[in-house]
Design a protein around this ligand. Structure first.
Ligand code: IMP
Length: 415
């Protein structure tokens, strides 16, 4: 498939990094099209562990990395990750859009200030300056990559930012230095990607965060500041909707959420702690413990619907090993009304009661067990695990084609 979009179906942290790596092994190019260094994508492959905040994780598979105009860019992260990639012979052909927005130190300060003002209603942001950078972009006061290639206009634009926010801004000299460093990589990502698609080459659009964190379609205001659904690949990278061939929805075998906001299937107590520990559910970017819960089908159905998901990749199935029973929320009860699909409205979700089905778990497994299963394929999975995956398919109405059973590439079952 020439144009594949990878999108998260939950609250982010679904394991999109590994899935992107797997899908990029035969791709020519991989694009980040929204978000910034709030993302944390990890790839463990060929004995190496690579962490990405800004560059697409699929670049670890050798695809040409691109950062498109819909992103908010932390330049220091870009330089660091590019250096790392180059040191292992990867990242060649890297291109960044001249229209991508730049996160400045003032945006990180503003991020912290806004959170403090919100007090008890704080979003729990990653403090990476994401919201303030997107809001300056929307106000048309933002600094774009092309601005740091031209000192005179940069100074004027920084002055506007200083007056607007009443805070000291970045030294233009430093930004011009960054500009010189980034100049060789600046290009028209939109045209480059469209040309590749014309040639029938494979491009993977690597989404960050997840559907429920989408600024328009998520649990607002407890969301990020960009569109995270599959359609954002079109606007964030300048490719027409009819160019997209498939949308891969990535979901974890259970739910997690970082930061504040409604979470109908949240688990507290020992069971929640156990899944958090086994699944190592601590933020890649911030180290914060993630909240964990059972699968939530009404929200998944919504996410699948609005991104028109072609197939699903389920990740971290191994984490549920050893649980006697596993629950799935298949419907909501909203004051006596049964909901099978739910828009993530905070007001609505605060009132729903999850209706669960309970499935049998499977025994404890070692990494070696999962490795053997990965080599042998679907039939080698424990019966109860197959039943769990089949329940996901039945209740979401989407086929599960890939089941990841460990962080490392190679620990997955392809159907
Ligand atoms: P921001 O994107 O830093 O403004 O954070 C807004 C909300 O999105 C917070 O609840 C964050 O925890 C959440 N968030 C942002 N990026 C990610 C991510 O990559 N994974 C999970 N949650 C995220």
């Amino acid at each position: 498939m020439p144009a594949t979009v990878i999108t998260g179906l939950q609250w982010g942290d679904e394991g999109k990094g590994k899935i992107s790596y797997l899908l990029c092994r035969d791709a020519d190019c991989v694009v980040r099209f929204q978000g910034g260094a709030n993302a944390g994508h990890t790839v463990i492959a060929s004995g190496r562990k690579l962490k990405f905040n800004m560059l697409p994780a699929g670049s670890a598979a050798g695809a040409t990395p691109c950062i498109a105009s819909g992103t908010v860019v932390d330049l220091e992260e870009v330089f660091e990750e590019l250096e790392l990639l180059k040191s292992i012979g990867l990242g060649s052909g890297f291109m960044i859009s001249r229209a991508a927005s730049i996160v400045l130190p003032i945006h990180k300060k503003l991020d912290a200030m806004v959170e403090e003002i919100r007090g008890g209603r704080a979003v729990g942001t990653t403090m990476r300056g994401i919201g303030p950078t997107y809001s300056d972009k929307a106000l048309r006061t933002g600094i774009k990559i092309e601005d740091i290639l031209d000192k005179d206009s940069l100074v004027d634009k920084l002055e506007v930012l200083r007056k607007l926010h009443g805070l000291e801004v970045e030294n233009p000299g430093k930004l011009i230095e960054y500009g010189e460093k980034i100049r060789p990589y600046v290009g028209d990502v939109e045209l480059f990607v469209n040309d590749l698609l014309d040639e029938g080459r494979k491009v993977v659009f690597e989404g960050a965060q997840g559907t429920l964190l989408d600024i328009d379609h998520g649990t607002y205001p407890y969301v990020t500041s960009s569109n995270t659904i599959a359609g954002a690949a079109c606007t964030g990278c300048g490719v027409g909707p009819t160019r997209i061939n498939e949308v891969v929805g990535v979901m974890k075998a259970y739910s997690t959420r970082v930061g504040a906001g409604v979470f109908p299937t949240e688990l507290s107590g020992e069971l929640g702690d156990r899944i958090r520990e086994v699944g190592q559910e601590f933020g890649t970017t911030t180290g914060r413990p993630r909240r964990v819960g059972w699968l939530d089908i009404p929200l998944l159905r919504y996410a699948i619907r609005i991104s028109n998901v072609t197939w699903i990749a389920v990740t971290k199935l191994d984490v549920l090993s050893g649980l006697e029973k596993i629950k799935i929320c298949v419907k909501y009860d909203l004051d006596g009304r049964i909901l099978e699909i739910a828009p993530p409205s905070v007001r609505l979700l605060q009132r729903v009661k999850p209706i669960y089905i309970e499935l049998e778990g499977w025994g404890e497994m070692t990494e070696d067990d999962w490795r053997r299963i990965s080599e042998r394929g679907w039939d080698a999975l424990p019966e109860e695990a197959k039943t769990y995956i089949e329940a996901i398919e039945r209740h979401t109405g989407s086929p599960v084609k890939l089941v990841s059973v460990g962080a490392e590439a190679g620990l997955e079952v392809v159907r």
